[in-house]
Design a protein around this ligand. Structure first.
Ligand SMILES: Cc1ncc(COP(=O)(O)O)c(C=O)c1O
Length: 392
């Protein structure tokens, strides 16, 4: 395939032999070593204006498990009947639902906004009313790097006493309109992914950020078996520590991240101007995110039969690989269907059936973007023309 969907671009370790040798001679390979600690400080300094705190985790899935467990057992331990639900969108990746299930909670699925594709606030409020006293945590997903209204979630948390944990897997490099990084100074824990396929491409890695120092320190301890300084388990624990070598890749990514962000945004703008206006763009709540891919929504005719699959095959014949995030949605996956609860998810159904994700990586040139857009515009126009001929 000449235009593959993904081309992960983590920094090349082979270009950092001296730093690798330093790690080897230090004898410190994990356990929150000096490279990891430097990264945790530097990412706060450079992306979050030196405000707030962070802890690395081995990946965002484990980060979500830690943050949810911390929210329900440490932040808001239940008295009496245990609340059982974790409200989250169905329009998300499997990891969000898995994390809640690993914490012994039942995902209660909310609908999304038709324009921003973020969790719908009306849908969340409705679920909270219908399940009063039964909701343990709210886990909104910051869809494709689009900014959630964190002030709204902070107020909701305050009003209901139900803790919030944000799945921001694709949001490292997303800024709000005031130029601050998404999540900056938020008291809510925000979980980012640094998986190789993300814009902040490392390997397997994640980050939990919050303005609350105690929460971050607790989650850092929880990631080290829940140990106190005397190695006694005082908190729920697992092992989520990042190896020093991975922390080195993360530090190097941070050094080159400004260029990554700018080039990905340029590509996103090029898609926006080259694609036909019949393709719905995601309505952004902040600045242009550092997209992991370029998401669009196809026109309604692609709801019929296997029109979308045919379009994907047509594009593959033209050497363009596209994907469909998030389709199937959570409630359409057999493992989750038996373990989640939901009622009507009209917008989720619609958007997921029409969604199409276009390649966006740092090896794409602007002429590639124009080529891909042209193929999509042409394939879709051919479909319309053949349908008009059929109906004539
Ligand atoms: C919405 C969402 N949440 C969580 C994750 C999990 O991230 P990780 O691969 O770092 O575990 C992903 C990964 O793509 C994701 O898209």
């Amino acid at each position: 395939m000449k235009y593959p969907f993904l081309r992960p671009n983590p920094p090349k370790l082979s270009e950092h032999v001296d730093a690798l040798k330093k790690i080897e001679s230090s004898g410190w390979f994990s356990n929150y070593g000096p490279t990891n600690t430097e990264f945790e400080k530097e990412i706060v300094n450079r992306l979050f204006q030196g405000k707030g705190y962070s802890t690395t985790v081995s990946n965002a899935t484990i980060g979500l498990m830690l943050a949810i467990k911390h929210a329900v057992e440490i932040k808001r331990p239940s008295v009496g009947k245990k609340p059982v639900y974790a409200i989250m969108p169905s329009f998300t990746f499997a990891a969000t639902a898995h994390a809640a299930l690993w914490c012994g909670l039942t995902p209660l699925l909310c609908d999304i906004d038709p324009d921003t594709w973020l969790p719908s606030s009306e849908s969340i409020e409705k679920l909270l009313k219908e399940h009063k006293g039964e909701v343990a945590v709210i886990v909104p997903y910051s869809t494709f790097g689009n900014g959630l209204d964190l002030a709204w979630y902070e107020t909701l948390q305050h009003k209901t006493g139900i803790p919030v944990v944000v799945d921001a897997a694709a949001s490292l490099g997303s800024y709000s309109k005031d130029g601050r990084h998404f999540g900056c100074e938020s008291s809510i824990p925000i979980v980012f992914s640094m998986q190789a396929t993300k814009s902040f491409s490392v390997a397997e890695a994640g980050l939990i950020y919050s303005d609350n120092k105690d929460d971050i320190l607790n989650m850092r301890k929880m990631g080290n078996f829940g140990f106190s300084e005397t190695r006694e388990a005082i908190l729920p624990g697992l092992n989520s520590k990042l190896p020093e070598v991975t922390a080195l890749i993360a530090l190097e990514k941070l050094n080159e991240f400004k260029d990554v962000t700018e080039s990905r945004r340029k590509i996103a703008r090029a898609y926006d101007s080259a694609l036909d206006s019949s393709f719905q763009r995601q309505k952004l709540t902040g600045e242009l995110p550092t997209y992991q891919f370029f998401p669009i929504c196809l026109p309604d005719k692609y709801l019929e039969g296997d029109n979308r699959s045919q379009l994907i095959r047509d594009l593959a014949l033209r050497d363009v690989e596209v994907r469909t995030y998030f389709s199937p949605v959570i409630h359409d996956q057999s493992y989750f269907a038996k373990r989640c609860e939901w009622k009507s998810l009209k917008m989720t159904e619609r958007i997921s059936k029409l969604s199409l994700s276009l390649p966006l990586h740092n090896f794409l040139k602007l002429e590639d973007v124009r080529f891909i857009s042209q193929q999509l515009n042409e394939c879709a126009a051919t479909k319309s023309a053949s349908k008009r001929r059929k109906n004539a």
